[in-house]
Design a protein around this ligand. Structure first.
Ligand code: CIR
Length: 264
């Protein structure tokens, strides 16, 4: 360029995803009764989910399949990104511990990422970590323990984040109870949130499946099609809402956030 700058390229937006395991129907259940999972339908829903990310300008990077690890499709639980720092999680469910090795390998293949780990006896699931600007809310849940929270705090505090621990007793993960809009408003299901006053700007949503939104960009959100009232509420707030049917994953206590990890 004329001033010696090179033209700015838009930043790459990468999302890690992982194809559903063959034994998907054996995934962990904590709060729901087991109901039959239609594998063909789940595969189709997963394809559509990935296509929705791609349509919004995300590049999907597939973590190697783990056909025997039932919950491996819920890749968000295995790693959390803080800019160019990746923190490999320490799954709180024994059956999910083997997921992280291959996730770590995939993360290391993304250029320019520094990798750290939460180590046992610390446990932490990515589903318990919600970033809102420089605040990192972390759920103290049945999957994430005090030692895991302590390690996360130790890793992030030097990077300018403040780690806010939040009790989670009524749902699996923090992000099964609340997520954030691009403007930083926390949306959640009051029936599932232990202490709503921990969040500075809290907006209740009308449906439990409406709690989870993926921020596709500053103006668009990805949501489950099981929460139409929430979708219309959020479009009324000026967001473009993209919906996907993830019904087979919802039977396994999964939601729209946990099917991918956004690198940012
Ligand atoms: C589990 O119990 O670990 C899986 N069946 C569901 C994980 C959902 N993950 C998430 O909400 N972040």
């Amino acid at each position: 360029g004329i001033l010696g700058y090179s033209p700015r390229r838009p930043p790459r937006r990468i999302a890690l995803v992982r194809i559903p395991a063959s034994n998907l129907d054996e995934g962990e259940l904590t709060h729901l009764e087991r109901t039959p999972v239609d594998k063909a339908r789940a595969d189709e829903q997963w394809d559509n989910y990935c296509a929705a990310l791609v349509a919004e300008g995300w590049e999907t990077v597939e973590v190697d399949a783990a056909p025997e690890l039932a919950d491996s499709v819920f890749v968000e639980d295995a790693v959390v990104f803080f800019g160019d720092l990746a923190v490999i999680a320490s799954p709180g469910a024994e059956s999910r511990r083997p997921e992280i090795e291959t996730v770590e390998r995939a993360v290391r293949s993304v250029p320019g990422i520094a990798v750290r780990r939460i180590e046992l006896p610390g446990t932490l699931d990515g589903g318990d970590v919600l970033k809102v600007g420089s605040t990192v809310y972390v759920g103290a849940s049945s999957r994430t323990n005090a030692e895991g929270i302590r390690q996360l705090r130790q890793l992030l505090t030097p990077h300018g984040y403040s780690v806010v621990a939040v009790p989670v007793t009524k749902a699996l993960h923090l992000k099964s109870t609340v997520t954030a809009l691009p403007d930083g408003t926390i949306i959640g299901d009051p029936a599932l949130v232990d202490v709503p006053s921990l969040f500075p700007r809290f907006l209740p949503v009308p449906e439990p499946e409406g709690v989870a939104v993926v921020e596709l960009s500053w103006e668009s959100l990805l949501m489950s099609s099981a929460a139409p009232e929430t979708a219309s509420m959020l479009s009324g707030l000026g967001y473009r809402v993209v919906t996907v049917d993830i019904g087979e994953f919802e039977k396994l206590e999964g939601c729209v956030t946990c099917l991918s990890v956004r690198v940012r």
